[in-house]
Write a protein that binds this ligand. Sequence first.
Ligand code: SAM
Ligand code: SF4
Ligand code: F3S
Length: 465
Amino acid sequence: MTVIDKAITEAEAAKGYLLDHAAAYIAVHGHSPLAYVHSYGCQQNVSDGERIMGRLAAVGYGFTKNIESADLIILNTCAVRENAEDRVFGKLGDLKKLKKQKPELVIGICGCMAQLEHVAEKIKESYKQVDLVFGTFAYNELYTFLYEVLCNKKRIFDQSERPTDIDEEFVQLRENKFQAFVPIMYGCNNFCTYCIVPFVRGRERSRAPESVISEVRELVSQGYKEITLLGQNVNSYSYGFPALLRAIDGIEGDFRVRFMSSHPKDASKELIDTILDSCKICKHLHLPVQSGSDRILRAMNRSYTVEKYLQIVDYARSRDPEFSFTTDLIVGFPGETYEEFCMTKDIIKKVRYDNIYSFVYSRRSGTKAAQLPDGISDKQKGLWLRELLLEQRETSSEWLKRFVGRTCRVLAEAEGRTGDGYLTGKNNEAVIVEFLGDKSLIGQFVDVKINKAMNWALMGDIINN
Ligand code: SAM
Ligand code: SF4
Ligand code: F3S
């Protein structure tokens, strides 16, 4: 028997045990054992959380949003910045009490933080209430892990990297019934010097295009209206990203497609042309620039210059003068001077982003940048971040005015933040639109005539419902 055959046999036996466990639980409690699964971090992690929920549902678990009523708690963690880690350790502290009251409760930690050996070690020593710590390569082992915890009362720690962890058969249990995340690749090869992701997600692995396309086709047939393709750098999808986009654009149905992220070093004219020549791909590119200074970009190992970045922007805008861009920016990279920070403010003015996601640099142990002297105080970084946001607010409040007077197709996503009766959604670019509308419209496309631009969103009135 090969190692893989043995693992499959073990997983099948564990699955049988878990199904029996759920049946016995139902006999006593009158309902399924309940799992609370919470994902921190990026869309990739949310998608992994849905994968975990799919696996749990297949062995009889139901789900709860009330952590206190859960029989199994799984925190799917993020390690990208220090505050993401702090939140999880804070939560683990709170769970100690719950575990005392309910000794049969199983607590599991997975995801990016759980892939880090030093985190696993800290949990092993200091957070004895945690039963299960498994990294980003081990989702396929979930049944075996739960079997060991429930049946053999073991604590499990698995941080091993597996060469092949893509499972095309997995079922994602998506809570959202009209917007779906579809991972097309896992891992990252880029090693930006500030970033922990390549260390916790391993090297790039791409899903087969047939598998992605048939998943999208299936989601559209179920009524999904928005598909977001995910990868740390979709431009390095092994089978060609523009070709995948064209194939997905050819799928019949009333839906739209987004994707993220796109690394500027290999964002091509072909990518822009594919977006602009398509029917269903949103005319928007999330193109994280990180910094407006070539020296800082070099120190970050981003492999492009500001000039190269602006060439992509200029090409898109030469074909569509209003092409929509959003970006990620880091403030306070080690050694950054105020002049270099001002270059980042300049790029906001030059590109005119619809929105930015800006972060204060967070030192991640194990990365190259963590070894660099970091002379900038947290207070200073905070002030720079505020300055950056002011710049963005000023630029976007002007730039978003281009939509006023126009009708935008908006996918109604939820009730709005601005007050009673308002719904919120995004237009075909990626700008938030708020409008008065009935809750029954959530999950549908509506035409909204824009009458006001704020610095973070548009306001308008529905015209077709
Ligand atoms: N793969 C994506 C890319 O390269 O565009 C980014 C993924 S990362 C999860 C999202 C964003 O987090 C990055 O674009 C970067 O701006 C930010 N980020 C990553 N590491 C960081 C760090 N150590 N401190 C602050 N922000 C960080
Ligand atoms: Fe991190 Fe860079 Fe990879 Fe994005 S491309 S995940 S920023 S290493
Ligand atoms: Fe995402 Fe955080 Fe991991 S941003 S890839 S969940 S480190």
